[in-house]
Design a protein around this ligand. Structure first.
Ligand SMILES: Nc1ncnc2c1ncn2[C@@H]1O[C@H](COP(=O)(O)OP(=O)(O)O)[C@@H](O)[C@H]1O
Ligand code: SF4
Ligand SMILES: [Mg+2]
Length: 355
């Protein structure tokens, strides 16, 4: 059974200039213990999606329509008070900046114990033991000493470990991690991603990782969902998304990774930038930047089609699938879009159980 089911979610911002559609018809599901990722450039709607799931969209934003079900319980209609039982306990959030979660005037221990006491019947001593146990789980050395320290006394990487320990305190069903390593240097980033993956695996916690970096996503997620201008444009197994991206935007994201450039070469950034959502281009929102754009891309919206491996919303892919259907001799689906891509990336997409 699905743990989380998001169906046709639409989130708008009511602005003076007009209604801005930040999320359009977002649908996806998540199984217990599964790790998925949302990827896309800044402004794609990734954070808004994370906030929507835990009902933290604040005015002028609002959920216009759609459904968000956790174990068959509709979350989008819950009051703030009802939602407080879900947040932290069933769904925990990790942000890029640990200080969005940590209170600078309380010790690590005080914050952890407070979080436990407010959601459980444990006594203070038991709460302290649980907090220390979680600090050990995230590989914090001398956890008893760290317990009594203030956030500013810890390094950035250490603070993010503490945040993961806090997220784990009540053994949630889902952790939503929004750009959890973006502020960290590359070595620490790799350590924290590995920790997050291992912790979720060990505790059978599902993960929704949000990142602008396909490289980061490929290390952790089993399934990847690519977003552009508030819509999902491609979703499939991470291995397929990395090795055989179908949507021109996904291909652009992959090509822009430093691993895809030779040393000293400039990065192959996608030309142009994400459009303003108040002034969304007609048709496929990517058409102004897409090297394959056709006339029909400016007019209609491509359907979200399944090619046997991934789901893709692109007219070119649609045409290829149609050709394939018309060609009785074809025995396989060969994508010509990315023939120039070197797929021998030094990225190791992770599959379930691999460490
Ligand atoms: N408080 C806000 N007021 C108006 N528009 C907003 C607000 N927050 C987000 N948006 C709109 O939603 C879009 C998606 O934002 P966000 O989810 O933060 O993007 P990202 O993919 O970078 O996390 C933004 O580009 C902006 O147009
Ligand atoms: S629908 Fe057209 S513009 Fe959009 S990604 Fe596909 S080919 Fe490019
Ligand atoms: Mg964001």
């Amino acid at each position: 059974m699905e743990l989380l089911n998001v169906h046709n979610l639409n989130v708008n911002f009511q602005l003076k200039q007009g209604d801005l559609a930040a999320l359009i018809d977002i649908s996806f599901s998540l199984k217990k213990g599964e790790r998925i990722a949302f990827v896309g450039e800044s402004g794609a709607g990734k954070s808004i999606l994370g906030f929507s799931i835990v009902n933290l969209i604040s005015k002028p934003g609002y959920i216009k329509s759609g459904s968000i079900k956790l174990h068959d319980n509709e979350l989008s209609h819950l009051s703030n008070r009802q939602m407080r039982h879900i947040r932290g306990k069933r769904i925990a959030m990790i942000f890029q900046d640990p200080m969005m979660t940590l209170n600078p005037v309380l010790t690590i221990g005080e914050q952890m114990v407070e979080a436990i006491l407010s959601h459980t019947d444990l006594r203070k001593k038991e709460a302290k033991n649980l907090a220390i146990e979680k600090l050990v789980q995230v590989h914090i050395a001398s956890p008893e000493n760290r317990f009594d320290q203030y956030p500013h006394e810890l390094s950035g990487g250490m603070r993010q470990r503490v945040i993961i320990a806090i997220a784990l305190l009540l053994t949630p069903d889902i952790i939503i991690a929004d750009e959890p390593t973006t502020a960290l240097d590359v070595t620490i980033q790799a350590e924290i991603l590995e920790l997050l993956k291992q912790i979720c695996d060990d505790n059978n916690v599902a993960l929704i990782l949000i990142s602008h970096d396909l490289g980061v996503v490929s290390r952790v997620a089993e399934r990847t969902i690519v977003m552009y201008a508030g819509r999902i444009v491609e979703q499939g197994p991470t291995l397929e998304i990395i090795n055989d991206p179908q949507h021109p935007y996904t291909q652009g994201l992959l090509n822009a990774l430093p691993q895809m450039s030779l040393p000293g070469q400039r990065l192959n950034q996608i030309s142009g930038s994400m459009p303003s959502l108040l002034d969304r281009p007609s048709g496929c929102a990517f058409h102004e930047r897409c090297p394959y754009a056709m006339d029909k891309c400016k007019q209609g919206l491509p359907e979200f089609l399944f090619n046997g491996v991934s789901h893709v919303a692109c007219f070119m892919v649609e045409d290829m699938l149609e050709d394939l259907n018309n060609d009785a001799d074809s025995t396989y689906f060969d994508n010509e879009l990315d023939e120039d891509l070197d797929t021998s990336l030094e990225i190791q997409p992770q599959t379930r159980g691999s460490k």
